[in-house]
Design a protein around this ligand. Structure first.
Ligand code: AMP
Length: 307
């Protein structure tokens, strides 16, 4: 089942304690698509500028990602500059230049309007609603958001929540949107605002999933070295939605496996700058780390319980 994703394609400048990348491919859609494509076909809706290199477009096209909805417009590509602290859970946005993204208001292609699975990446909630209104009868709609929209566009965001099935956001955003400091209370409060499932991303501490059936928690896959955390959340969402679309439903068991695949894929994304950790991956790498992840978190493993 194909997934429609709308959001940013970007050139990022990223500074972390491990070094710097300049004008590197970024944007929520880039990470999402490069993760989701291992599980399901992906169709992108985004805008790029005249400076977006053809070889960078090919990275997506060569991986069977549908880029018909990527429109090249006059002007520079969206640019974001982020700087991470020694504690890489903390980052500062040094600058943002919306450029061609400023008046982005996409019209979906006819086949995209029939999508069953939709991911509204981190863009203005009104724009998320504009895209969603064009999709005839989606089966699963997930959306991401950020502090900017929670602060500046709260009514539009709150109006969108009952129309989506899954909300993804980080811990700080969950607290801001719900008004609850405790994350369990925040998760439950967010469920009452509309979505059937809420996924709170907690960086190196992992993910908390809230649904009517209760809570599910997974750690982040422990790595010796995190090089660049940018895009971890979008990568998580890509693998999560990819698995849900492949499985074809939202059973609690599908949701839980999807959360594990999301965490596994995010661990690859943060091992290198920009999209490099994802672009070079093969399914065998994902499968091996998925097994390692299960073993890491399985307290009933036969090797121990037989003793
Ligand atoms: P994440 O690390 O998951 O928050 O995602 C980082 C990516 O989001 C970077 O590649 C940025 O290019 C992109 N990004 C940052 N700010 C925005 C924004 N206001 N709108 C859309 N995309 C953004």
């Amino acid at each position: 089942m194909s997934i429609l994703v709308v959001g940013s394609m970007a050139y990022d400048t990223i500074e972390t304690p491990h070094g710097k990348a300049e004008s590197a491919i970024g944007g929520s859609v880039s990470y999402f698509a490069l993760a989701a494509r291992f599980f399901s076909p992906v169709s992108i809706v985004a805008a790029i500028g005249t400076d977006f290199r053809d070889e960078d477009v090919r990275i997506f096209a060569e991986r069977a990602i549908d880029i018909r909805g990527v429109t090249r417009r006059d002007g520079p590509t969206f640019r974001w500059h982020g700087r991470y602290h020694e504690d890489m859970n903390i980052r500062d946005t040094v600058s943002v230049a919306l450029n061609v993204f400023a008046d982005f208001s996409p019209d979906l292609l006819p086949d995209q309007r029939r999508s069953d699975y939709v991911f509204l990446a981190n863009i203005a909630p009104e724009l998320q609603a504009h895209v969603l209104a064009q999709v005839a009868s989606p089966k699963v709609v997930a959306a991401d958001t950020m502090n900017l929209w929670i602060n500046n566009e709260r009514p539009a965001l709150v109006a969108l929540l009952p129309r989506i099935g899954i909300l993804t956001l980080n811990d700080e955003e969950a607290r801001m949107l719900s008004g609850e400091h405790n994350l369990v209370k925040a998760g439950r409060a967010l469920l009452r605002m509309g979505p059937r499932t809420v996924l709170i991303k907690r960086g190196e501490y992992g993910v908390l999933q809230f649904s009517q059936d209760g809570m599910f928690a997974v750690p982040a896959y422990p790595l010796e070295e995190v090089v660049d955390p940018t895009g971890a959340g979008d990568t998580f969402a890509g693998a999560f939605m990819g698995f849900i679309a492949r499985r074809g439903g939202l059973s609690e068991s599908a949701l839980r496996t999807a959360v594990v695949y999301g965490s596994v894929m995010a661990s690859f994304a943060v091992e290198r700058f920009s999209i490099d950790g994802l672009a070079r991956l093969a399914w065998e790498d994902i499968d091996a780390r998925y097994r390692a992840f299960i073993e890491l978190t399985d307290s009933h493993h036969s090797r121990w319980t037989s003793q």
